[in-house]
Design a protein around this ligand. Structure first.
Ligand SMILES: [Zn+2]
Length: 242
């Protein structure tokens, strides 16, 4: 794990966690981008999380870091990493957790585990109208489920390029400037579990589109990284104006 910090504030204002998953090297581009401009962002903390997994281009070394929180000092590599990362996040006002997805999820899917003033401030600065809210028990072992103002940015891997870097930069600049944009109508998809691989989905199944025969909305469909399953499963949605 590498930590780069702007120490102009006593506690971090924003922490950006990159590369929880070692096969998502876009996170390192984000880390490098902000590390090169860290003097501009008082209280910015950058964490390059799973460098051992990054070195071998694997999701994890012994497990999945984003399923290992709150962590265990005596556990496997990812459990120990989670144990060391979590205290670094506790006093941070905002936490952004950068991922890429191999699913056809569209440019960006914002994921939260709690809807509160901090996560709403982040969402307000994003253009996306579909928001994902992950519920326990899934949320309990995720990074964002263990902090207050946490949001995961899930970029579609094939679209994680200059535009994704720019989107993240604009978001961070907006948080620092305390920008409030006019609220927009959005839908929050409540994820209550993983789509089991045995579940036979219609061939035209699509992210955020209701499948009546199974009474669910697929989310990050065909993201096989979820332990060989088919993605996430939302079972309800609600409207917000954020
Ligand atoms: Zn990931």
């Amino acid at each position: 794990m590498t930590i780069t910090k702007n120490t102009q504030t006593a506690s971090p204002f924003l922490t950006i966690v990159c590369c929880q998953h070692g096969n998502e090297p876009f996170g390192k581009d984000i880390f490098n981008l902000f590390a090169s401009q860290i003097h501009e962002f008082p209280g910015l903390q950058l964490i390059l999380a799973n460098e051992e997994a990054l070195a071998i281009d694997k999701r994890g070394v012994e497990g999945d870091l984003n399923r290992s929180f709150p962590g265990n000092q005596n556990g496997n590599h990812e459990a120990r990493l989670a144990y060391h990362i979590l205290p670094l996040l506790q006093s941070s006002r905002y936490v952004l957790d950068v991922h890429t997805s191999v699913s056809s999820c569209g440019f960006l899917v914002p994921i939260i585990a709690k809807q509160n003033a901090s996560t709403e401030s982040i969402i307000n600065l994003l253009d996306e109208s579909n928001i994902v809210l992950v519920k326990p028990p899934l949320a309990d072992t995720s990074l964002i489920g263990n902090v207050e103002g946490g949001l995961s940015l899930e970029f579609q891997k094939t679209l994680a390029d200059e535009r994704a870097l720019q989107t993240t930069m604009n978001l961070v600049r907006g948080l620092y400037a305390k920008t409030k944009r006019p609220p927009q109508d959005r839908e929050v998809f409540v994820v209550t579990g993983i789509l089991p691989k045995e579940l036979l989905l219609p061939p035209d199944a699509k992210d955020f589109t209701f499948i009546p025969e199974h009474n669910l909305y697929p989310v990050l469909l065909k993201e096989a990284s979820y332990m060989g399953n088919q993605g996430l499963m939302a079972t309800e949605k609600y409207n917000v104006h954020i």
